[in-house]
Ligand binder design. Structure first.
Ligand code: THU
Length: 143
């Protein structure tokens, strides 16, 4: 991780996000994959909104943790994401899936930090543009 990655997010906010994502992970409903994920977003008012994955017997109907966190943010009255954290277990990094990268793009700038961690540590930090380069967003529809 470079200093540059840290410029948009201070330590207390980073910790709040990871804590909220971990608490959400503990609430995941994942009886099919047994892969619990938690996510949290920091909005433009400094509030944190969390979500967990919620699976379904009709497998494709499951909802990712990031989608839940974004829904909670919109319900609370914000449509701007300052940072997102996602946490999950396992050897590999739990980076947001492709669909969730696009869902985040709706509410976040390209330089928005995306933190990826697990129960114990922050493991990596990206910008949204690194995860979703040359993306299509709301600006493409307004001209
Ligand atoms: N999952 C998330 O909630 N977020 C991610 O970033 C990756 C995957 C969920 C979807 C499914 O419930 C389970 O993890 C296994 O794919």
């Amino acid at each position: 991780m470079t200093d540059e990655d840290d410029t948009m997010l201070n330590d207390p906010d980073r910790q709040r996000l990871l804590d909220a994502a971990r608490a959400a992970q503990a609430r995941a409903y994942a009886p099919y994959s047994h892969f619990a994920v938690g996510a949290a977003v920091l909005d433009d008012q400094g509030r944190v909104h969390a979500g967990c994955n919620v699976e379904n017997a009709a497998y494709p109907q499951g909802v990712c943790a990031e989608a839940g966190a974004l829904s909670a943010m919109v319900l609370a009255g914000s449509t701007r994401v300052r940072a997102l954290a996602v946490v999950g277990d396992g050897a590999g990094l739990v980076t947001p899936c492709g669909g969730c990268r696009q869902k985040l793009r709706e509410f976040a700038a390209p330089d928005t930090p995306v933190l990826v961690g697990d129960r114990h540590a922050l493991r990596a930090q990206f910008t949204l543009a690194q995860l979703l380069p040359d993306s299509f967003g709301p600006e493409n529809l307004s001209s």
